[in-house]
Design a protein around this ligand. Structure first.
Ligand code: SAH
Length: 606
């Protein structure tokens, strides 16, 4: 919930406007001195239509901590600026300021250093992977060291798909006195650096990589389960902060001692039917356990099975697994890449068993459509993915187009035209090596672009997210009018990968079906015969006055838009940077705009 606080009539009017537009807002009436503390206690974020100074005075006695305080944004009386004054990152105030500025036509005033330098802020680093900086981490000094270009070491004990860090952050072991970033579920690795022992400042992230499997017999005391968990983690040098969840068999879902031990640690508990556990290959099966609960292993099998579905990521969709659950419990599937590892084999006490599995991080491939050209036709999500990636792969000219968006330290792997297979293979192998990769394409990256060659190569061990983009056909259609108002087909006239006979068969089908046709790759150099041929096939089935529109460089410098009829159209001016749209027999020019009617019989009001 976003609380809105206003002190003046103009502020109140704007607050009312925002409240009407955003469902997640609530206005706090009355004097700001009383309203702000109430909003501070109740809201995740606050927008104050109030001077920064006045807001700061009111906030001062309320401040708790970076992680718990709401983000606060001040907006000036003239609505020119939205200023995050509290909780820039953890409180979401930077993001909220951008959102408010966009809604009110003002500008966000971002003052956090990492944002100005384009680096990921350490308090947000790996947040979508479930990383949380360990309490006591030296966020400020390590952050300052990164921004001032000092040497900083990055030590990660697994290939996490991390966001990029600037080149002064070097991968390797911690060095005495050198600021360090450590990503590890092992306590030993961090013991050698401050605040855990040595002289340099350090930020330690605990990836949520571990799953504790627990078996128990009836009436097990909570203290016994708790002690066994503690010993298992401590002896193996594993941090309890890295435990993502506990797992057991469904028969034990109401076992009080087990539940109490898990609850005391605030871990979620996941349960599996015995039949699912029974097919998980484990090193220490027991026939006695099989006879009692129907699976030869509870602790080891539950830990391994739960770890297959847990990579520590929290972003829904973004890091979702593509492996079907049925496949997960296939006993024949060997432990390959992406398979969890049993880091603590079954440990036994009088009434309990415990085992610990480690989920393997998965590489991340984002297939990102950057739109037809203009920056404001690129989606915010595409921009966010470009900044999330540590490796960006694409055609050189497209990579150049987005270079200003990339964070410092991003590896750019650009190649020229004709290297599509190679680009796809590079992107997939970089993701398979555990990196966060963005493979970019113009328009939508899945439409005559890199999406399909990449996904033909990608296996189930990497996570894939696709960000749709505004295609050339949509951009061109918008410039021409509404030519895609009814059924239409996209056809590429490039016979580089498709035999011309197949292309011609499809054009004939489109002609017969009276579909609007969008021609991609309509010509190259002197090669205009495919378009001429395509037009003649369509002309056989639709009237000579059928409108034809074509757009060159839609939303790019030199954009050109034209429309004429099928009879009058001269394809010689069309090149590879053009998209041609031929109307159906129902399309028409209306006031100079190309329109394909929707043809619905609109329901009469009853
Ligand atoms: N993935 C892209 C298509 C790439 S195929 C998309 O979704 O739009 C390349 C062809 O797309 C070009 O030959 C041209 O026909 C068309 N095209 C791409 N961008 C264009 C633009 N800005 N203006 C006009 N046509 C464009």
């Amino acid at each position: 919930m976003i609380g809105l606080i206003a002190a003046t009539a103009a502020g109140r009017r704007t607050a009312e406007r925002l409240c009407g537009a955003w469902p997640d807002t609530r206005r706090y009436e009355g004097p700001a001195a009383a309203a702000l503390p109430r909003a501070f206690a109740e809201c995740d974020a606050i927008v104050c239509f109030l001077a920064v100074g006045a807001t700061v005075r009111l906030l001062a006695p309320l401040l708790g901590g970076k992680r718990s305080d709401p983000g606060v944004v001040c907006v000036d009386e003239a609505l020119r600026y939205a200023v995050p004054v509290l909780g820039a990152h953890a409180g979401g105030a930077n993001e909220l300021a951008r959102r408010v500025a966009l809604a009110l036509g003002g500008e966000p005033v971002i003052t956090t250093a990492s944002d100005a330098a384009g680096c990921v802020a350490l308090d947000e680093f790996g947040a979508d992977l479930g990383f949380v900086p360990e309490p006591g981490s030296d966020l400020a000094p390590v952050g300052a060291a990164i921004l001032s270009g000092e040497r900083v070491t990055l030590t990660a004990d697994a290939a996490w798909p991390l966001p990029p860090l600037p080149p002064n952050v070097v991968s390797g072991q911690p060095e005495p006195g050198v600021p360090a970033i450590i990503v590890s579920d092992r306590t030993g690795l961090s013991d050698c650096v401050s605040p855990f022992g040595s002289s340099g400042p350090a930020v330690v992230y605990r990836p949520r990589s571990l799953v504790v499997g627990i078996g128990a017999s009836r009436g097990v005391p909570a203290a016994e389960v708790s002690a066994l968990i503690h010993e298992a983690l401590t002896d193996a040098g594993l941090s309890p902060c890295s435990v993502r969840l506990a797992a057991t068999v469904d028969l034990k879902a109401d076992e009080a001692g087990l539940l109490a031990a898990v609850r005391a640690r605030d871990w979620p508990l996941t349960v599996f039917p015995a039949a699912e556990l029974a097919v998980v290959p484990v090193p220490n099966p027991s026939e006695t356990v099989r006879a009692a609960v129907g699976t030869p292993s509870v602790a080891e099998a539950a830990a391994l099975l739960a770890a297959r579905g847990a990579d520590g990521g929290d972003a829904p969709g973004a890091l979702g697994h593509t492996t079907a659950p049925a496949e997960l419990s296939n006993p024949d599937s060997p432990g390959g890449p992406g398979e969890p590892e049993l880091v603590v084999a079954k440990r036994v006490s009088a009434h309990a068993t415990v085992a610990v599995a480690r989920a393997r991080p998965r590489g991340r491939l984002a297939i990102v459509g950057i739109g037809p050209g203009a920056r404001d036709l690129m989606t915010p999500r595409a921009a966010a993915e470009l900044r999330r990636a540590s490796v960006v792969v694409g055609l050189d000219q497209y990579v150049d187009q987005v270079a200003d968006l990339l964070r410092p330290g991003t590896t750019v792997l650009a190649t020229g035209l004709g290297h599509e297979r190679e680009r796809a293979a590079t992107a997939v192998s970089e993701a398979a090596a555990g990196r966060a990769v963005a493979l970019i394409g113009s328009g939508d990256a899945g439409v005559y672009a890199m999406g399909s060659p990449a996904l033909e190569l990608a296996d189930e061990t990497i996570d894939v997210v696709s960000v749709p983009g505004v295609t050339a056909s949509l951009a061109a259609a918008a410039l021409l009018g509404a030519p895609l108002g009814h059924d239409h087909a996209l056809i590429s006239l490039s016979d580089l990968h498709t035999p011309w006979e197949a292309i011609e068969r499809r054009i004939t089908a489109v002609a017969r079906a009276d579909l609007v046709a969008c021609f991609y790759n309509p010509a190259s150099g002197e090669r205009s015969w495919p378009l001429r041929k395509a037009l003649s096939i369509l002309a056989a089935c639709r009237p000579p006055e059928t409108p034809v529109g074509w757009v060159r460089d839609a939303s790019r410098p030199g954009e050109a838009v034209s429309a004429t009829t099928l009879a009058a159209f001269d394809p010689s001016g069309v090149d590879m940077r053009t998209l041609v749209i031929v109307g159906s027999s129902r399309s028409a020019m209306v006031a100079g705009r190309m329109v394909t009617p929707r043809e619905y019989r609109w329901a009469a009001p009853s």
